[in-house]
Design a protein around this ligand. Structure first.
Ligand code: HEC
Length: 102
């Protein structure tokens, strides 16, 4: 029984270590990070009417840096700060890589 539980659990761990940036961008992570696309646009083009900046093509390091800052309460609005706090470091890198490549 214990062996079986491990076998089921380990693939889940492997998945958690390589988050899918596109899935987070489009659907959120189910852990406090709302879908980025809802505000920043499906293609990361931004939405001026709600003040959401363009993310597409930004260097990944700039996106990660902004998210780390927001998570610390450094800049951004309350919504963006909560979203950043809902992302793990690996998820930040994954979602930054996704938008950077658009
Ligand atoms: C509810 C709307 C909303 C959602 C959802 C949202 N954002 Fe934002 N985001 C904003 C707004 C508005 C700003 C501008 C904040 C400010 O400058 O005060 C922003 C700013 C940013 C910035 C800073 C960009 C820059 O050039 O300064 C980054 C990076 C960012 N968001 C990434 C994300 C990521 C990644 C997600 C998904 C995990 C996400 N956002 C989800 C509304 C949102």
């Amino acid at each position: 029984m214990r062996v079986l539980a491990l076998a089921v659990f380990l693939p889940g761990l492997a998945l958690a270590q390589t988050p899918d940036g596109r899935a987070i961008a489009l659907h959120g992570n189910g852990n406090g990070a709302l879908p980025c696309a809802a505000c920043h646009g499906v293609n990361g083009q931004g939405n001026a009417s709600i003040g959401a900046p363009r993310l597409a093509g930004l260097p990944a390091g700039v996106i990660v840096g902004a998210l780390q800052g927001f998570a610390k309460g450094d800049g951004g609005n309350a919504m963006m700060q909560n979203i950043a706090r809902g992302l793990s470091a690996a998820e930040m890198r994954a979602v930054a890589g996704y938008f950077s490549g658009l």
